[in-house]
Design a protein around this ligand. Structure first.
Ligand SMILES: *[C@@H]1O[C@H](CO)[C@@H](O)[C@H](O)[C@H]1NC(C)=O
Ligand SMILES: *[C@@H]1O[C@H](CO)[C@@H](O)[C@H](O)[C@H]1NC(C)=O
Length: 437
């Protein structure tokens, strides 16, 4: 375990050095590369070759959504969207866990168009098989509560967290499909038809942009299922804060504003959230932008929600708090890559970001049905990697892993509002480091 962990980290460091410059190029690309890395991270444990459940051998085929063609539910390039399905067994036969993959968003015609040649915009480029690990694993020692459930990994190929609408497609020039909402509906139809409609328990989850998609579609997912089905949602690293960057610019808000306008996202936002904002104040589009931020969405979601989020989310630090443009002199260069390289005043600013997160969670914390695991690690997605979800080396709060905390909450074993003490107090954290070679 220790050895393979080390190998994985070495790989990470090699990657970090080589590709950091590329990553720094932009928002969507950063998360895209994150997904690549995480894939490789999840494959790195090859120390358990004799374990029949070993996730390194647990590859699951890609399925293209059959009825998508009829409804025009296409990826950005016009190809069919896809998912990976693994059938449940034993006591899990009638339970369903869905996990929506992440991958940032695109905010311009050209950034969306460049996705057409990647797996985030076209099923032509998706892997025909992916490993199922962490929350998707069927190994009980790696995934104690959900191992035998029906499991679906939903592929992301629309560019706006499954919330884009065709009315906004470019009318001339570039052929680009904005069919996120249609993809969501086609996927749900197909999953309902292969057994989801009979689910006794159903759990919608997702990481990063997939975590945001989970929050956007959570109540709608609940409505698709029978009243007596237990339905809950989990957003992993999807709690993107509506915060200014270190120069005081609204980098994230203006990025989301571009995404919403370009891809016609407003129609998919939570109706009660949009209604709650006062239309007289600033107009529909501006106000519905608030409803793309989880801190507003969670005020209206009726379905029980669990939030897994690091207080020092590496993606948020690099793109919301300290985007490239906010650091022209490179004062933050090392700190953005490795939290151990931050000076005391920088740590103070990172703590301020954590405080903003905790403030944004203040009301949610009082909701009885809500659960949370807010650890103080310098990472991003944590649910679908075995190492962070549930292992001897996992991050813990009050000695509970993320898997144990989520299970305690899902099955009402106990209330779970786990909030870690501030960095660097938690020795169980592994902090990602992009600087070593
Ligand atoms: C960010 O803020 C600074 C200082 O207020 C300003 O000079 C700069 O133009 C802003 N940058 C962007 C990209 O808005
Ligand atoms: C933490 O939990 C593990 C089991 O997951 C247990 O073996 C250990 O004793 C616990 N440690 C403390 C300090 O409670």
């Amino acid at each position: 375990m220790a050895n393979s962990r080390l190998r994985g980290l070495t790989w990470w460091r090699k990657w970090a050095k080589k590709d950091w410059a590329i990553t720094a190029v932009g928002f969507s690309l950063t998360v895209f590369l994150f997904t690549l890395i995480s894939d490789s991270w999840s494959r790195r444990d090859d120390s358990k070759l004799n374990n029949p459940f070993d996730h390194t051998h647990d590859l699951v085929d890609l399925t293209l959504v059959r009825n998508a063609k009829n409804t025009g539910a296409f990826c950005l390039d016009g190809s069919l969207p896809g998912y990976h399905f693994q059938k449940g067994f034993g006591s899990g036969s009638n339970n369903w866990l869905l996990h929506v993959e992440g991958g940032g968003w695109c905010n311009t015609v050209s950034s969306c168009s460049s996705r057409k040649f990647t797996r985030l915009g076209s099923s032509k480029y998706m892997e025909s098989q992916v490993p199922f690990s962490g929350i998707l694993s069927r190994d009980p020692s790696q995934n104690p509560d959900f191992f035998n459930w029906n499991k679906v990994k939903i592929r992301y190929c629309d560019g706006a967290s499954f919330a884009s609408h065709p009315e906004s497609e470019p009318k001339n020039g570039e052929k680009l499909f904005f069919r996120g909402q249609l993809i969501w509906e086609a996927l749900m139809d197909e999953l309902l038809s292969i057994g989801l409609s009979n689910a006794k328990q159903a759990f919608l989850s997702g990481c990063s942009a997939g975590g945001l998609a989970t929050l956007i579609h959570c109540d709608n997912f609940r409505e698709l299922l029978p009243k007596d089905t237990t339905v809950k949602c989990l957003a992993d690293a999807g709690f993107f804060l509506d915060e200014k960057d270190i120069l005081g610019n609204q980098t994230m808000r203006s990025f989301y504003n571009d995404v919403v306008h370009l891809q016609g996202v407003a129609k998919s936002l939570h109706k009660d959230c949009v209604a709650r904002m006062e239309p007289s104040k600033a107009g529909f589009v501006f106000l519905s932008l608030d409803c793309l931020f989880p801190q507003e969405i969670i005020k209206n979601i009726k379905t029980p929600v669990f939030l897994v989020n690091p207080a020092y989310d590496i993606w948020q630090i690099q793109n919301i708090l300290i985007p490239d443009a906010s650091d022209p002199h490179g004062d933050w260069r090392n700190c953005r890559l490795n939290i151990h390289d931050c000076n005391p005043s920088q740590i103070g600013i990172l703590h301020g970001f954590r405080n903003s997160l905790l403030r944004a969670l203040g009301e949610f914390q009082k909701i009885k049905e809500g659960g949370m695991f807010i650890n103080s690690c310098f990472v991003h997605c944590q649910t679908w990697m075995a190492e962070t979800w549930h292992s001897a080396k996992s991050p813990r709060i009050n000695n509970r892993t993320i898997a144990e905390s989520v299970g305690d909450w899902f099955f009402d074993r106990k209330a779970v509002k786990q909030i870690d003490c501030p960095y660097p107090c938690n020795p169980t954290c592994y902090h990602l480091d992009f600087t070593q070679g």
